[in-house]
Design a protein. Sequence first.
Length: 630
Amino acid sequence: MKTAIATVCLSGGLREKLEAIAAAGFRGVEIFENDLLSYHGTPADVAKEVADLGLKVITFQPFRDFEGMPDSQRARTFDRAERKFDVMGELGCDLLLVCSNVSPQAQGGIDHAAADLRELGERAARRGLRIGFEALAWGRHINDYRDAWEVVRRADHPAVGLVLDSFHVYARRTDLNRLSAIPGDRIFLVQLADAPWLDMDVLTWSRHFRCFPGQGDMPLTDFVAAVAATGYRDHLSLEIFNDQFRAGSPRSVAVDGQRSLTFLMDQLHELTGAPPGDFSALPPRSKCLGVEFIEFAVDDRAGDELEDFLGHLGFRNAARHKSKAVTRWVQGAINLVVNREKEGFAHSHYITHGPSVCAIGLKVQSAAATLDRAERLHDIPFRQRVGPGELEIPAVRGVGGSLLYFVDQGSALAKVWDVEFELLRAAGNAASAGLIAIDHISQSMHYEDMLSWLLFYTSLFDVEKTPQLDITDPGGIVRSQVVETADGALRIALNASQSPRTQSSRFLSEYFGSGVQHIAFQTDDILAAARTLRVNRVATLPIPANYYDDLEARVDLPAERVRALRANNILYDRDDCGEYFQLYTTSFKDLFFIEIVQRRGYRGFGAINAPIRLNAQSRLAAERAALDSG
Ligand code: MG
Ligand code: MG
């Protein structure tokens, strides 16, 4: 099947949209009438631009309120259609998309509708054009693809075919059984859109919340499998109305669209074993075995402060890079890298963001296959000059221009620490705090970018996404969603907010963009970790007494345990699988902070405690601001 996208998906003027669509590798485009109306030039000019970009206009749309009109309106309705045919002739497009009538004047009756479609087909055929009929989920009489198919079947005209749209099918929870029985050559176009399951009127849901396949909750793979079973081999066209996309860059949204289709075809291939058609088969989704390292970009001053902070958190300066101003800090299975280089990637990241996480190294089964899959998914590979005695670690661009490195055990990369670093004798470091592993990494991003990074992670790695959560920050709502491997080896929390006053948004403005806002380390003994932090004078986030009063009333913990939690600013939660303990440091230079967690079987992330934490952080930030200004 071939890829296409509707101009309505993207922001910008028509020319900008077409350029973005061509640059993202699409060959087909649906022209939305509004984009044409606001274009300075004739339809023939558009046709030329489209051809120059190597694109093809596959559909002109939408043609509304056509079928079943009363006799008094009928002639005018057909006149309207003839004028669209004129435009299509100039555009060089042969398919008009007719969506089912929503007008209160429309009369029901399958035969009435079929007769109208048949006559329209006859008129279109005289000009070498075709008609595709689509059931809108809110159509007055026709709102189900099965009825639309019955209309097309009875119209019985070679120039009249069916248009299927995954959103309209799933929005009405229609089953797919009948779909695979429709002859593939009577389907003229298949449109794809995903969406989160929302309880709202279908029109609003469709106009604002559609998203690319894989970004929502609808089982698009099943839909495409049913379509493939009909024998349909023509365009799969993205038709997404989404507020975030219309606020985003057309170039990157178009690339996301292409990525979503590549991933969808890959899943179809996995599900049915069917050849991926125009798509080449990808290496399987990369299995992430854990986080190998987190790298910080700093200058000398921030480097001293950060290393001091890490020392107090119980990290040991275990090694130093053989040729660069880079150190390795270790505790349990956690590796942190502090990079003070004055050139190269980390330095430019530091210039943009200040002291920050510039890279995350992931342990994968095969680094080469992961990079290969990433490139085929249109992710952006990263390469920089490799010095003598250094390994080239495969990497792609991640959130906020940071890097995701891939290391594995099966290649020379397994020895990266030995090859590039020399061991230091541990001296003068504080005692370990019993931190054993990285539990999760939390990234804050712009609201419009969240769906994009969600697709990035879920298409590249063998991870699942948790349902979206809306968390109350004193400054507004923060949307949060986690991508994680089934075994928890990788857990990344994505956070975004539309309000400029939330912690998440303040992070974006202070940090100059998206990035890692906090890192959670795991321990087997949170009380011991708290004790070490206290001895090492690491400030923890103060939690109000009210929280513990409520906790005591809410859960049946022994009073003594609640007292211990209270004394150490430890938050508590439990689910069906077990218990969770959380402790936060205050922020490092107002940029990021550390969380320490203990999991006893618990699967979540303490969402119930998030508003408590956010309130405590914003109170501290306000106090600090008052001190600064006073
Ligand atoms: Mg549609
Ligand atoms: Mg957390």
